[in-house]
Design a protein around this ligand. Structure first.
Ligand code: NAD
Length: 356
């Protein structure tokens, strides 16, 4: 048996692939376009591992998807691939429409054709798991209850709109064609291999480089935070036991304003890697103009996945953020590779021959 993962060289996808192969021998075919966010150095420990087949390509390449599905006959597809950064979606929404909407549509069509051709037992066992975000639900005010699966989609950024559109396609492919789909909507992830354009790794990397720590507006935007390994365990749980056609919210029960996150990162760095001059990294914090349309609060009601599938996060924010800061301190070469862009050259050199 095999699973096909898209976007498995990105932040969450690479953590998922590593955990999957650490926990089972079931091979993974990893289809990733290797945009700026795809980093195969995350997976160097799998270089000689035959259970990991890497294929550079676009999830919207129908012919490629058809070929991979026919060749590897996966029992499941887990769709992580996406353009994922809100700021980039504001400056250039087109890629988000292409990858997140058109790409998901083409993948769904390829999977539908493949699934339709399977013998009955394999057809019944097959799953298409779509990875989505809490941002599709829009924004909450201070006293609103957290997002439940029954909340309406009210996306506010080009990113969240494109993810909501892809969620709707997945839902429709179930209701119209009977495709056995599952969707997860998760809150903000943090942990190893997080590209330093996102809040937590950006703060760690800038702090260590002596650069300003840019906080949008008043920093009181509230997010729910989940350690990435907990997200991966939730995905495995939904893949195994989720009810077909259902959506599962995944969250860490960890609502915090951004400014508190930044203070926590600074305090951990003060402890683990004190500055030579004895001052706190907090002195590097600077408030910058807020992002247009910046959602004020996200919060996730993750009771359904706990009730139905018995999943709960293993890490608290305190344990997860400490592991994360320590990981960045232990991997300066990973950070340097990302900052210099050398990971992209390495990829081209190493993986040229293995591309399909
Ligand atoms: N990061 C979060 O906090 C978070 C939270 C909830 C949900 N999600 C969702 O989880 C998924 C993964 O997020 P991430 O943070 O790992 O993203 P990421 O940007 O780190 O990784 C995305 C990966 O997809 C690949 N990719 C992009 N366009 C592609 C295309 N057209 N074809 C094939 N591959 C392509 C990239 O090369 C990259 O490896 C996304 O669908 C995102 O919406 C992320």
């Amino acid at each position: 048996m095999t699973i096909l993962v898209t976007g498995g060289a990105g932040f969450i996808g690479s953590n998922f692939v590593l955990d999957w192969l650490a926990l089972s021998d079931e091979p993974v075919v990893n289809l990733d376009k290797l945009t700026y966010a795809g980093n195969l150095t995350n997976l160097t420990c799998l270089d000689d591992d035959a259970r990991h087949v890497f294929v550079q390509g676009d999830l919207g390449d129908r012919a490629l998807a058809d070929r991979l599905l026919a060749k590897y006959r996966p029992r499941a597809v887990v769709n992580f691939a996406a353009e994922s950064h809100v700021d980039r979606s504001i400056h250039g929404p087109e890629d988000f429409v292409q990858t997140n909407i058109v790409g998901t549509f083409r993948l769904l069509e390829a999977v539908r054709a493949y699934w339709g051709s399977l013998p009955e037992a394999e057809k019944v066992a097959f799953r298409f798991l779509h990875i989505s975000t809490d941002e599709v639900y829009g924004t909450l005010s201070k006293d609103d209850p957290p997002f439940a699966e029954t909340n309406a989609n009210e996306p506010n950024s080009p990113y969240s709109a494109s993810k909501a559109a892809s969620d709707h396609l997945v839902r429709a492919w179930h209701h119209t064609y009977g495709l056995p789909v599952l969707t997860t909507n998760c809150s903000n992830n943090y942990g190893p291999f997080h590209f330093p354009e996102k809040l937590i790794p950006l703060m760690i990397v800038n702090a260590l480089a002596g650069k300003p720590l840019p906080v949008y507006g008043d920093g009181m935007q509230v997010r729910d935070w989940l350690y990435v390994k907990d997200h991966c365990s939730a995905i495995r749980r939904v893949l195994k036991g989720g009810r077909l056609g259902e959506t599962y919210n995944i969250g860490g029960w960890n609502e915090k304003p951004n400014i508190e996150i930044v203070h926590t990162v600074c305090a951990l760095l003060d402890e683990l890697c004190p500055k030579a001059d004895g001052r706190s990294y907090k002195t590097q914090i600077t408030h910058v103009q807020d992002r247009p349309g910046h959602d004020r609060r996200y919060a996730i009601d993750a009771r359904k996945i706990e009730r139905e599938l018995g999943w709960k996060p293993a890490e608290t924010f305190e344990t997860g953020i400490r592991k994360t800061v320590q990981w960045y301190l232990d991997h300066p070469e990973w950070v340097a590779n990302v900052q210099r862009g050398t990971y992209r050259k390495w990829v081209a050199k190493q993986y040229k021959e293995t591309n399909e």
